[in-house]
Design a protein. Structure first.
Length: 307
């Protein structure tokens, strides 16, 4: 069935995608419309007209008043790229439509680039996902806990482990107690000050935070309504059930799609998982979401991304 015949669909088929974005011109026009939805506006002086300087790989737009020149890709994650827009759009498409994510090796094969290029592309895309997720806060009824990521290693497990990366997790629940929105952040420790900083960055003040009886959660009590109870997975009361399901899912995703990760780039993979999970019910195609994020997310060099 065509996407246009199903209002609940949130993805394009590959054929539909290629019919819409199969040429460099169509990709350029899509970027132009997203960057200047009300028509071109000079980023330097604000003048609303332009001339096009041709003979280049991408159209160069020049303001006739101040002579400032700019590209549709300027300031986006695609700025200064030597890769064609067709390959950029395909990378965004595969990143958006593969529900478990896509590995660098698979992307390199699909769009005919080197592993190094595919690695950089996906890190830039994940960075854009993270920038978008940072805009939003959770609220209402929120479950909160910590999780530990890393391969099997000798030594202490769980809290206090020196072999794994610690992650703070918060999950907003709806009125029926079902998961709505998710936040995950790598943290250096589970001290009260660290957990409070995570909460203030990701949970609206005054929300109800459900956690286990871990003492550092007392630090949240001034700004949140804290429901701290000893966690017993065998009790059957469903406490923190959905949060632990989310953690299990992303661990399985990381092991399956990426064959495990160390802590160096873990935050970007967490951002990717949360970005996709938080838009699972959107009727707008996920590619369209991600393309918009890629236009408005700040440009970062490879050095700034740390890759």
């Amino acid at each position: 069935m065509s996407r246009y015949a199903d209002p609940k669909a949130n993805t394009y088929s590959l054929i539909e995608f290629q019919s819409k974005y199969g040429t460099g011109e169509s990709c350029e026009h899509a970027l132009f419309r997203l960057k200047w939805p009300d028509g071109f506006k000079c980023p330097k002086c604000g003048f609303c007209h332009y001339t096009v300087i041709g003979g280049r790989r991408l159209p160069l737009y020049q303001c006739p008043v101040c002579r400032h020149q700019t590209y549709a890709t300027a300031g986006t994650i695609m700025a200064n790229t030597k890769l064609s827009l067709i390959k950029w759009f395909l990378a965004l498409y595969f990143a958006a439509t593969n529900k478990d994510g896509i590995s660098e090796m698979a992307l390199a094969k699909y769009i005919s680039v080197t592993l190094k290029t595919a690695w950089a592309l996906l890190h830039k895309i994940r960075s854009a996902m993270g920038e978008r997720e940072n805009i939003y806060c959770l609220g209402g009824s929120v479950e909160m806990d910590e999780a530990f990521f890393g391969g099997k290693a000798a030594g202490k497990r769980g809290r206090g482990s020196e072999n794994k990366t610690q992650v703070a997790v918060a999950l907003q629940l709806d009125s029926g107690g079902h998961p709505q929105f998710l936040k995950m952040q790598v943290v250096p420790d589970a001290k009260g000050s660290t957990l409070l900083a995570f909460a203030k960055s990701n949970i609206s003040m005054g929300s109800t935070v459900h956690s286990d009886a871990f003492r550092p959660y007392n630090a949240l009590s001034r700004d949140y309504c804290c429901d701290m109870q000893k966690y017993n997975p065998k009790s059957g009361d469903g406490r923190l059930k959905w949060l632990h399901v989310m953690v299990s899912n992303i661990k399985a995703n990381i092991d399956g799609a990426y064959h495990g990760l160390d802590g160096t780039y873990l935050q970007r993979y967490l951002d990717e998982f949360c970005y996709r999970f938080n838009r699972r019910h959107s009727r707008k195609p996920l590619f369209d979401h991600l393309l918009a994020c890629s236009v408005w997310a700040p440009y970062k060099t490879v050095a700034e991304l740390g890759i």
